[in-house]
Write a protein that binds this ligand. Structure first.
Ligand SMILES: *Cc1c(COP(=O)(O)O)cnc(C)c1O
Length: 405
């Protein structure tokens, strides 16, 4: 197609995205400090100044993960690449992996195990329920040759938090390494890699870290590095081979592996600086406090949570869509009138559940209040009988009762 033909066929110019409020399962809102970090001059990926910033990212990630693991860095790719990196490095053909499935992301782990030639021993729990440690122990007992236990800490498809500490203790007792998905939990819920003995952990930039999507922080224990060193077969991916990547991220004399997404890494650096300034404990407390207020507001509208109170993720509120309310019509109206994005139900929960994310920068008082008021307006326009302003009052009362520590 010639330029002229293309111009007359299409009318394409600079893209200006609308300003949304992102209260779905991720991405969350990006803070302007992080956005402006991204707009700074591009550096070469081997520039010593850039290399220095990468060292800071590693330190900041060690803080965020609560680990001393040397091998802690950011994979150039979304959370799914972080996931795949763990499995492709740690599995050799025929290896047995116990995988817990209580939502969408557990299923993806099984896919990973099988595609890399492993054998998945699946431990199923109902959607909306945490991983049951008893079932995991039974599976480990039944399969003493299992090498790895893999599970999702914060299941974003259902809004449930599993007990990573207990599951990792079990794995250790049965001589298994662990792979833990913390894409939605990092920054929003406590994670203690060293204290809990997690071996391989991955996360994502766009959930509670509130950085644009496309990066996956990871950390590997020495047990993992030894396992990879002693593989009988080559890692079946050139790009994700941690042995090769270490030449770039691992040593002070950086050698070219791939061109790191430099500007995206400025963004990650800034979002981690913000997390460190706030402090992990305060970040966890903020996520919880906004969740409590949001929950109090939803309760006034008779909206029920999918997950039992004790296992709920503060950063991902999955609730049943009230009877007589049209799922799609509500989400469309929130987007059109309030520029507010919320999450639909996935898989078994499609059409039945909404997922409200209160992650990272999106987890703030204004969003909680605005979203509750928007829901009241939309519901009442749809004929639901409610008294306007009740939800906001309940939220304010909750804030008053739960001051920031
Ligand atoms: C979002 C998410 C992922 C995938 O991350 P992407 O960046 O979308 O690839 C994996 N696991 C969980 C629990 C998630 O919430």
């Amino acid at each position: 197609m010639t330029t002229e033909d293309f111009r007359s066929a299409k009318n394409i110019a600079t893209f200006y995205p609308p300003q949304r409020i992102l209260m779905g399962p991720g991405p969350s809102d990006t803070h302007h400090r992080v956005l402006s970090a991204m707009a700074r001059p591009t550096l070469g990926h081997l520039d010593p100044v850039f290399a220095n910033m990468m060292e800071e990212i590693k330190d900041l990630l060690r803080y965020a993960f609560q680990t001393k693991n040397k091998m802690t860095f950011s994979v150039s790719g979304p959370g799914s690449v972080g996931m795949e990196m763990c499995f492709v490095n740690m599995i050799e053909p025929g290896d047995k992996v116990v995988v817990c499935r209580n939502g969408v992301f557990g299923s993806r782990m099984i896919e990973n195990v099988e595609r890399h030639g492993g054998v998945a021993v699946v431990v199923d729990d109902k959607w909306g329920e945490p991983v049951d440690p008893q079932k995991v122990e039974d599976a480990l007992k039944q399969h003493p040759d299992a090498k790895i236990l893999a599970f999702v800490h914060a299941e974003t498809s259902t809004g449930v938090l599993s007990d990573a500490q207990t599951l990792c203790e079990l794995a250790r007792r049965y001589d298994c390494l662990t792979i833990v998905d913390t894409v939605t939990s990092l920054g929003g819920s406590p994670i203690k890699v060293d204290e809990w003995g997690i071996d391989a952990i991955y996360s994502g930039s766009q959930k509670c870290l509130s950085c644009p999507p496309g990066l996956s922080p990871v950390s590997f224990s020495e047990r993992v590095t030894n396992l990879v060193k002693n593989r009988k077969t080559k890692v079946h991916s050139w790009f994700m081979d941690i042995g090769l990547l270490l030449g770039y991220w691992g040593s002070s004399t950086r050698t070219y592996h791939h061109t790191a997404p430099t500007n995206s890494l400025y963004a990650l650096h800034e979002s981690l600086v913000m997390l460190y300034e706030e402090g992990l404990e305060r970040s966890w407390a903020r996520h919880r406090r906004n969740h409590e207020a949001f929950k109090a507001g939803l309760a006034t509208m008779g909206i029920n949570y999918v997950v039992d109170e004790q296992y709920r993720l503060p950063q991902l509120n999955s609730v049943y869509i009230p009877d007589g309310v049209d799922d799609k019509a509500v989400r469309d109206r929130l987007l059109a009138d309030y520029s507010l994005e919320i999450g639909a139900g996935l898989g078994d929960f499609a059409g039945k559940v909404w997922r409200f994310g209160l992650m990272g920068t999106s987890s703030r008082v204004e969003n909680v209040v605005m979203c509750l008021n928007a829901l009241e307006t939309v519901f009442s326009d749809m004929g639901v009988n409610l008294k306007r302003g009740t939800a906001e009052s309940a939220a304010h009362q909750s804030y008053a009762e739960n001051p920031m520590p």
